[in-house]
Every structure is written in structure tokens, then in C-alpha cells.
Design a protein around this ligand. Structure first.
Ligand code: ZN
Length: 175
């Protein structure tokens, strides 16, 4: 396994539309391993392949809560070519963050429940209902596959502010 670099705002690759995974090859398995290592190291609960500069429709996720003794029971999940089949009319609001927009958090309103279809690492097709944090996280990550970021749901004022902040930071880092 290897840690990958997470690309951050304003990297234009975050706006790419990722391509479907055609076949689960050893390279895809290696990428998944690397994405988990990178996600746990960050740490984060979800990562889309484009965030490590691979424009593929592939997501890793782990929503396991820490147990009382502080041990983390890992529940790694992989979503290949995920699609949202339907969304509830009811909405819910979560404070979201993104490994590609570090240390920035804002509340985002999204459908409270979604039905998702995806392929697993064994090539098996699944359909699943997501709610709560899972629903928010899978929508946030599928957005990444379409070049959409959670700041796109904020007011123009807030979005401009965060874009400017990250553009300035990138300029400073390049100097
Ligand atoms: Zn994100």
C-alpha cells in the first residue's frame, strides 16, 4: 500500500467527470488499497478516486464509530460505479467537510434518504437504501465523480470566500 497525495482546491482536476471502472483489475484493487490507506491517514470517512487524481468512478468509505474503549472497528466499504436511483423528498442537514477543502465545514441540505446501486470489489451488483450519515456521505462522494463539490451548494458569498481563501493559499505555496 502507499499513501497518495490528496489534491485540494483550487486544483481543476476536482471538476473532472470521472469515467466508469470497466473491469476490476489488479491495478484497481491496488488503487482501492491506496485510497483506504490515504483516507485513514488523513483521517477521513470517504474518498473519491479523483481526490487522489484518478478520474475513475470509485469511492472508499468507512463510517464506523469509535467504540467506548477508543478502539476503532474498521468497516471499509468500496463503491464502484455508484448511482443514485432515487432520492427522498425529505431533506436533512449535516455539517460537511472535504479532504480536498481542508479545515472548512459548512451545513449542507440534501435528500435524507437515497437508493444507491453500485458494484463491489468482487464485481457483484448491489442496491441499498442509505439514510443518515451514510446518505449524506454517499451523495457527497458521488458528487465528486461528477466534478461537484459541497461548496457548490452554499451561497455565492460563502463559496467565493472559500474559493478565494484556497486560491491565495495555493499562490503562497507556489512562491
Ligand atoms: Zn469531498
Amino acid at each position: 500500500m502507499a499513501l497518495k497525495e490528496i489534491i485540494i482546491l483550487p486544483d481543476k482536476r476536482l471538476r473532472l467527470v470521472s469515467k466508469p471502472v470497466e473491469k476490476i483489475t489488479p491495478e484497481i484493487r491496488k488503487l482501492v488499497d491506496d485510497m483506504f490507506e490515504t483516507m485513514y491517514d488523513a483521517p477521513g470517512i470517504g474518498l473519491a478516486a479523483i481526490q487522489v487524481a484518478e478520474p475513475l468512478r470509485l469511492i472508499t468509505m468507512d463510517l464506523a464509530k469509535k467504540s467506548e474503549d477508543g478502539e476503532t472497528n474498521r468497516e471499509p466499504r468500496v463503491f464502484i460505479n455508484p448511482e443514485i436511483l432515487s432520492s427522498s423528498e425529505e431533506l436533512s442537514t449535516y455539517e460537511e467537510g472535504c479532504l480536498s477543502i481542508p479545515e472548512y465545514y459548512e451545513e449542507v441540505e440534501r435528500p435524507a434518504r437515497v437508493r444507491v446501486r453500485y458494484t463491489d470489489l468482487d464485481g457483484k451488483l448491489h442496491e441499498e437504501d442509505a439514510e443518515g450519515l451514510f446518505a449524506t456521505c454517499i451523495q457527497h462522494e458521488i458528487d465528486h465523480l461528477n466534478g461537484v463539490l459541497f461548496i457548490d451548494y452554499l451561497s455565492k458569498l460563502k463559496r467565493d470566500r472559500v474559493n478565494k481563501k484556497f486560491e491565495k493559499a495555493a499562490k503562497r505555496a507556489a512562491e
